[in-house]
Design a protein around this ligand. Structure first.
Ligand code: CIR
Length: 253
């Protein structure tokens, strides 16, 4: 179960955020509204949410998930793979230190975006992507091992981040889409396959026995409900324009 979350409001500079989506620039006011609704949903799932002010210096800084991996035994500050995102961690370190005594950090030449890290109980799968490299993944696994946790890597070809295409829902269910579906890594889990036309919904989040999904994905909703979860929806259109999903907007711990 989670008790807390950290989020950061989007800034006006978000219109300059990194994207491959070809959906046009986000509408800042609508993004603020959607962000506030997202915070409200996390609160309704019982989380105490720390809302950080926007950091206009970094257009993608609302996607806080990428800056840290928060485990039960310590926090690991990442080294984001995109040069325009590197500086986001400086503001995150003191925030994470408020909650964790044990704080480690990924350093050059390693790079990691924590959107590439999928936790399944005490094991952490680390996607090797355009943002997360071998050195970063190795550093991450060494730190996890020190914490009494384990990690392994998964080579990615199509998606931005590992969690773009997969989500663990607790109780052995894994939501999968696209290149992840046929991978043998998770054959011990029960897979919920999302059709490609709803691929954006694969990035959903389990929060204390509810599953939050991006609105407008009826097949995903039906399949996750059928697996026994209570599903709630969030409007995400403005963050989708920046390749950002539900998990990216918060650090939950
Ligand atoms: C980026 O390209 O870095 C941002 N526009 C989107 C980051 C999404 N984060 C995530 O998947 N964890």
């Amino acid at each position: 179960m989670f008790s807390k979350a950290i989020v950061r409001k989007p800034g006006k500079s978000m219109v300059k955020g990194l994207t491959t989506a070809h959906l046009g620039p986000p509408d800042y006011d609508l993004a603020l509204e959607q962000h506030a609704a997202y915070v409200h949903l996390l609160q309704s799932c019982g989380l105490d949410v720390l809302v950080l002010e926007a950091d206009e210096r970094f257009p993608d800084s609302t996607f806080v998930e990428d800056t840290a991996l928060l485990t039960p035994n310590g926090a690991i500050i990442t080294n984001p793979g995109a040069p325009s995102r590197r500086g986001e961690i400086d503001a995150m370190i003191p925030v994470v230190r408020r909650f964790y005594d044990q704080v480690d950090q990924i350093v050059d030449p390693g790079s990691v975006d924590a959107g590439d890290i999928l936790q399944v109980d005490s094991h952490y799968y680390i996607g090797l992507s355009s943002r997360t490299n071998e050195s970063g993944a190795k550093q991450m696994i060494d730190i996890l091992n020190r914490y009494g946790l384990s990690g392994s890597t998964v080579k990615l070809t199509d998606v931005l981040h590992l969690k773009t295409a997969v989500a663990y829902l607790q109780y052995n269910h894994l939501v999968v889409c696209g290149e992840i579906v046929k991978r043998p890594d998770w054959n011990h889990l029960e897979k919920i396959e999302i059709p490609v036309q709803e691929s954006y919904a694969a990035n959903c989040i389990w929060v204390n026995d509810r599953v939050i999904i991006a609105s407008g994905h009826p097949i995903t909703r039906q399949k996750i409900s059928a697996a026994g979860y209570s599903v709630i929806e969030a409007e995400m259109s403005e963050f989708q324009k920046l390749d950002g999903g539900l998990s990216c907007l918060s650090l939950r711990f």
